[in-house]
Design a protein around this ligand. Structure first.
Ligand code: SF4
Ligand code: SF4
Length: 431
């Protein structure tokens, strides 16, 4: 595998930073830790020093590079589009090589690579969850009954479903139509927020679109990518690419109700392989990407769902505020489509900064650096409350984990729903 210095020219990136500081006010970590070293400009400076051998990749440097939320706000605003997030992702692989990956993350990534084992673990978790957690049905989550080794604080976590989405439905669902699409569900919607998949099926039924639910789909590998476990990224993405190629010509699209999974499959797989000189795999990922869509994007652009919602959907009085997940708006340009669909049946009220990162940040941020995720979540919870909405929505279950917990921590009574769930509610007229 290529080394990081072969992939990115640090000196060139460092020299291209004109130190304009435009990235500073939008940087998620800098907003909660106002220190130049934890800012995009600071990260780039340190990366330049690392390349020149002036900075050792010690525990201090590890701590700094692991504090980035990978929200891409800096890339979006930078006049030179410097790929700060991608360089940090690559450095994290060097960090993982040097320091290893914590046991619980290795265990998690092993489970991601073995679907059957994950199924068993999740079933086990479901059976015994009441021993360690109490259910919060109102917010749709579980709360630890006592402090746990990795989950130290009193926090709201996603609940577990009795049967995963992929084990609940047949591989083919014939809705009597001529069109056929595949569903990539994502791990959180597969095991935790399974009503998202149920809703996708209800919407497709209404549209007479036949469904293919590929049973051998694996995790998109985003959790491993953001943590620097590139062995897992390579294994999962190659396995998925080979599998997707086996049916891609028989479906119109692969629709994904999850921003992070969709961004990983549509964009990051290609970049990952391209950066390592694996051109054949990069080209195969690129070819597939033409048929990858976020679910709301595909429904809005390629079906008459909007008209059906306008004519036959129930008009709810609920105010819904829409959060723009970083991997939806900034990475894939998807922000108009969910609003177009939702506004047919709900009152959309915009929060003051829908683009501000919720602070999820990945596995490390949700475990060892949870204190940072907690701090980053408070302003988002506050702006949701100030919007006056009863419901907050985003097409991303990672945002759902983080925002639901931030609302819980701030004692704010707003419910989180994926837009796909809200749309299905409007079609059937009940919640
Ligand atoms: S990706 Fe986000 S948190 Fe990381 S440096 Fe850029 S703006 Fe800051
Ligand atoms: S916006 Fe870009 S060029 Fe300006 S300081 Fe930030 S990284 Fe450097």
């Amino acid at each position: 595998m290529k080394k990081i210095e072969d992939i990115f020219n640090f000196t060139e990136i460092s020299d291209s930073c004109i130190k304009c500081g435009k990235c500073i006010p939008v940087c998620t970590i800098h907003n909660i830790n106002r220190d130049e070293v934890t800012s995009p400009r600071g990260f780039i400076e340190l990366l330049g020093e690392y390349k020149e051998g002036k900075l050792e990749l010690d525990r201090g440097a590890k701590d700094i590079f692991e504090s980035c939320f990978l929200c891409t706000n800096c890339v979006d605003i930078c006049p030179n589009s410097l790929p700060t997030d991608m360089v940090i992702e690559e450095v994290r692989a060097d960090i993982a090589d040097r320091f290893g990956i914590a046991w619980f993350k290795r265990l998690f990534f092993t489970l991601l690579r073995h679907r059957k084992l994950m199924d068993i673990m999740m079933k086990f978790g479901y059976t015994f969850k009441s021993c360690g957690f109490k259910e919060d049905t109102q917010r749709g989550g579980i709360i630890p009954r006592f402090p746990m080794p990795i989950i130290k604080s009193d926090r709201l976590l996603p609940s577990l479903s009795k049967v995963s989405f992929l084990n609940r439905y047949p591989e083919e669902i014939d809705n009597g139509g001529k069109r056929r699409v595949a569903i990539f569900i994502g791990c959180l919607a597969n095991y935790n927020y399974t009503t998202i998949g149920d809703s996708l099926i209800e919407i497709s039924k209404k549209l007479n679109i036949n469904l293919f639910i590929p049973k051998k789909q694996m995790c998109c590998s985003a959790p491993a990518y953001f943590t620097g476990d590139f062995y897992t990224v390579e294994k999962l993405s190659k396995q998925n690419i080979e599998y997707f190629e086996s049916f891609i010509d028989e479906v119109e699209a692969i629709i994904i109700p999850e921003a992070t999974c969709s961004a990983m499959i549509k964009h990051d797989w290609e970049i990952f392989f391209r950066n390592r000189g694996m051109e054949d795999w990069a080209n195969r990922a690129k070819k597939l990407s033409r048929k990858i869509f976020m679910a709301t994007e595909w429904f809005e652009k390629f079906t008459n769902l909007k008209e059906i919602l306008a004519q036959g959907g129930v008009k709810f009085q609920d105010r819904v505020t829409y959060h723009d997940a970083c991997h939806a708006k900034k990475v894939q340009g998807v922000y108009r489509e969910p609003r177009e669909l939702l506004s047919q049946n709900y009152n959309i009220v915009e929060m003051s900064d829908s683009n501000r990162c919720c602070g999820f940040g990945g596995v490390t941020m949700q475990s060892e650096k949870y204190h940072l995720a907690e701090l980053a979540g408070i302003p988002k919870a506050k702006m949701i409350e100030e919007s006056g909405a009863e419901v907050v929505s985003a097409e991303c279950s990672a945002c759902r984990v983080q925002i639901s917990n931030s609302l819980y921590q701030s004692n704010i009574d707003v419910v989180f729903k994926n837009p796909i769930e809200l749309i299905a509610d409007a079609l059937k007229g009940s919640r």
